[in-house]
Design a protein around this ligand. Structure first.
Ligand code: ADP
Length: 694
């Protein structure tokens, strides 16, 4: 048997198939093996049974045949002992004696009855033509025994001549033409003309007890159909054979059927047919009994053959009984077929039950397998669900679900942790970023402070030195005008110019000093409404606004006052407004806006001010240096101090100032001022400031 590759592969992968194969293998291998054994044993038992049956049939037939034989002997013995015979012997009327013998023979069913003298010479006989001398008969074993005083009965084979000597009719009756028979030993004769007889002889005594002769009788068995029919009737009584089998009985002389109820094809008795050479050799040749199946005339018969032995111990024929095998064999086969069918049915039912059962046993495992595959495909919610089985596998499936639930809970927890961790990392990163920012700012401030410190030192000295001569110039100019009076009129214009330039020098020096010593200019702080300050600044710079074609827009939304020195805030805003106007020489829009400064939680920190213009904007490379002192793009007209002073002022109160710009579109300055000023927001810068101011 070959197992297809696909099935083998499935067998390797599936536990159910493996265990199923394990359970079914004994059934599928055992049942055919059992059937084979049952078939073999059944055959053997059948053979033994039929052999036993035919053997017992043969015994019965033998017993009956013996009874018939001894019955003939007893009959003749009784005649020999009868007074009728003794009286007749004494009367010695030969003719009457022969008639009496004839009568006795007929009455007792004997084919011949002879009276012999004590030497074995036939004196009288039953045959009508006893004129024919029968001769001396002492050579027959039965006769010699009777002469010796003992009655004896044997089966004997008579030659045609000896039959004819007794009675010519016997020879005729005995003659049986041979019928050619398949499988028989070759025989050139055309007929069996010998006779087989039950021969018996009994001593005859006179009234004084002296033996006066011997009574010899015989019954011809050739064609004795009555005998075989009786044997058959006794051995195979009606109903003794099952299923339409037919019993048969036969007497053989040599190998030829001389009395039989075996029928030929036409229903005629198979007289003259012969036994197979195998049976002949075993039974007649070796003297063994044959028991088994033999082909008889035209069919297989379960047969029993035994040799028939004559008075000299010679095998002269056979006794046979048997019955037709085909119906029995058919019944046996039918029984076997029924048995096989039952086996096959039981196996099929068993297999089907096994399959069903296995399916119910493995249902939880298969469902678990499906769930695993679903989970591999990403269906995290796949579960085995309730299973009907309450055995270990059923409990395993429940545990499996439980395990999966635990696993997803853990996974969910892990995910939550991961998200939390991500948030924390992001928060820390942001904090780090902010720290970096403030660090950078601190660095910038530090750098600025250092610069301011250096510049401050220098500027303060220079300013002092310049202020005094300027004061002298201005003082002397006034003196000059007073002294000259009208004489100064022709140079009035020059004096005015000198006066103007001296003022400008004073202004620059004041700015320088303000930058160098901002503390000197700072006044007290107060809660300032930024909207009011912006409005004031607009007023203060109105003459500059009027010169240009600039539209001013205000959006005051701040509600929170901030802590700062009002005039310093004004200074910062005016500086930003003027810068914006200078960036829009051909006009544009100036927007001034304010709003509350809210932290991420919505808490009010202070106020935001925005000064937005639509001017030429700031080049990106300048954005980083715009708050540096002395940075200017305005050549002679600019000092580069406005933004750096504004930066210093705002930072001093803990505020912020920043700028964004798109070149060609404008710039936006944003100031953040605290509701409560924080003066030590940048301790390093404050430290430098203080150090520098001292
Ligand atoms: P000054 O105005 O004397 O040059 P500031 O410190 O006020 O000095 O300004 C520094 C420089 O910043 C200016 O020279 C100018 O180039 C640039 N700047 C300031 N405000 C603006 C603005 N609103 N638009 C374009 N550039 C500006």
């Amino acid at each position: 048997m070959t197992v297809p590759g696909g099935l083998l592969a499935r067998l390797r992968r599936s536990v159910r198939l493996k265990l199923l194969a394990l359970v079914l293998a004994p059934l599928l291998i055992g049942v055919p093996a059992l059937l084979g054994l049952v078939w073999t044993w059944g055959n053997q038992a059948y053979e033994r049974l039929v052999t036993f049956k035919v053997s017992s049939d043969l015994v019965t037939a033998h017993e009956y045949f013996e009874r018939v034989r001894s019955g003939v002997g007893r009959d003749v013995q009784a005649i020999a002992d009868s007074s009728q015979l003794v009286v007749s012997l004494e009367a010695r009327h030969d003719a009457a004696f022969a008639v009496m013998l004839e009568d006795l023979a007929r009455r007792h069913g004997l084919d011949y009855l002879l009276f012999l003298d004590v030497h074995g010479q036939a004196i009288a006989g039953s045959a009508s033509d006893t004129a024919v001398p029968v001769g001396a008969r002492q050579d027959w074993p039965v006769v010699s025994a009777a002469i010796a005083g003992s009655p004896r009965t044997t089966i004997e084979r008579f030659s045609p001549e000896s039959l004819a000597a007794i009675k010519p009719e016997l020879r005729t009756r005995a003659r049986q033409p041979l019928v050619p028979t398949q499988g028989a030993a070759p025989d050139t004769r055309l007929a069996e003309d010998r006779g087989m007889l039950i021969q018996t002889a009994a001593p005859v005594f006179d009234a004084r007890g002296i033996q006066v002769g011997v009574l010899e009788a015989g019954v011809l068995l050739n064609g004795n159909l009555d005998l075989v029919d009786r044997i058959n009737a006794i051995v195979y009584r009606d109903g003794s054979l099952p299923l339409n089998s037919r019993g048969t009985a036969t007497l053989f002389l040599g190998d030829t059927r001389i009395a039989t109820n075996v029928r030929l094809f036409e229903g005629e008795r198979a007289l003259g047919t012969r036994v197979s050479s195998a049976v002949k050799e075993q039974v007649l040749g070796r003297g063994d009994i044959w028991l088994g199946t033999a082909f008889v005339v035209n069919d297989d018969y379960v047969s029993g053959y035994e040799p028939v032995v004559d008075g000299r111990g010679e095998r002269i024929g056979m006794l046979y009984v048997g019955f037709l095998e085909a119906p029995l064999r058919a019944a046996f086969h039918a029984a076997m077929a029924a048995l096989f069918a039952v086996f096959v049915l039981i196996s099929a039912l068993g297999s089907a039950l096994c399959l069903r059962w296995a399916r119910s046993i493995f249902e939880p495992i298969e469902r678990m397998n499906r769930v695993m595959q679903a989970i591999e495909k990403g269906e995290a919610g796949a579960r085995v669900g309730p299973v009907s089985s309450r055995d270990e596998l059923g409990r395993l499936a429940c545990e499996f679900d439980h395990l999966l639930d635990n696993l997803s809970a853990k996974q969910y927890e892990l995910q939550r942790w991961a998200t939390e961790l991500d948030h924390k990392v992001a928060e820390r990163t942001r904090e780090l970023h902010e720290t970096n920012e403030s660090l950078r700012r601190a660095q910038r401030q530090l750098a600025m402070s250092e610069k301011l410190a250096a510049i401050g030192e220098l500027t303060a000295g220079v300013a002092h030195e310049v202020n005094n001569p300027v004061a002298v110039i201005q003082g002397n100019l006034d003196v000059l005008r007073d002294v000259l009076g009208p004489a100064a009129r022709p140079v009035d214009e020059e004096i005015r110019l000198i006066q103007e330039q001296a003022d400008r020098i004073r202004q620059i020096v004041t700015k320088l000093l303000q930058f160098a010593r901002p503390g000197d200019f700072a006044g007290y702080t107060e809660a300032v409404n930024v909207n009011e300050v912006v409005s004031d600044c607009l007023l203060l710079s109105s003459h500059s606004l009027e010169k240009r074609d600039v539209v001013v827009e205000t959006r005051f939304m701040a509600r929170t006052p901030v802590e700062i020195n009002r005039s310093e805030l004004q200074q910062v805003l005016i500086n930003l407004i003027l810068n914006a106007l200078q960036a829009m020489p051909d006009g544009g829009r100036l927007t001034l806006a304010s709003e509350d400064w809210l932290d991420e939680h919505g808490g009010v920190q202070g106020a935001v001010l925005r000064v937005v213009d639509t001017g030429h904007g700031i080049a990106p490379e300048n954005l980083a240096t715009i708050f540096d002192p002395f940075f200017t793009t305005k050549k002679e007209s600019g000092t580069g101090l406005g933004l750096s002073i504004s930066y210093t002022i705002i930072e001093r109160y803990g505020g912020r100032i920043g700028v964004t710009s798109t070149p060609g579109e404008g710039a936006q300055f944003e100031i953040r001022l605290r509701r409560d000023a924080v003066f030590d927001a940048t301790p390093e810068a404050q430290g430098f400031m203080r150090r520098w101011q001292q």
